[in-house]
Design a binder for this molecule. Sequence first.
Ligand code: HEC
Length: 151
Amino acid sequence: MKFILKSLPLLLFILPALSVADEAENQIKYRQAVMKAIGGHMGASALIVRGKISHRDQLKAHADGLLAMSRDIPGLFPEGSDFGETEAKEILWERWDDFREVSDKSKTSIENFVKAVETGSEDDVVAAFREVGKGCKGCHEDFRQKHEHNH
Ligand code: HEC
């Protein structure tokens, strides 16, 4: 009892710290899972757009998926989720307005891609898809750490 009472202040101090770390870790895991989903739709779209495969009827679903998952990328990066197993660069939170801007640009390019898939020519689709790719790259170059493994 005495021991517990003695360590209580310490526990009360440690427990919230642990749960904050846990929360940051889950935020990181979640955004990486969302990015993977985005990457999946990109990879599938690329195969269709480049004519490597004939699932043209599924391209709209991939484009919609991309858009749905990209609506609020900054929302995936709450403050405090900057430590642990993350490839997000620290400057992301220091240059938050720039981060928002590249995120908005990327979203616009995806909206244009969705439109091209719905009503554009195949050339429009190819051009719009290229812009989407630039959007991913534009953000990753500035805000994501170089990594050894390939995603
Ligand atoms: C506004 C910035 C931004 C945009 C736009 C963006 N990403 Fe990312 N992406 C990131 C950051 C930052 C990370 C690192 C996240 C982490 O490790 O916590 C990341 C990580 C990833 C990962 C690795 C996920 C993992 O397994 O850890 C993939 C795959 C990915 N992005 C694909 C894409 C694709 C495809 C696009 C374009 C359609 C895209 N991203 C657009 C910022 C962005």
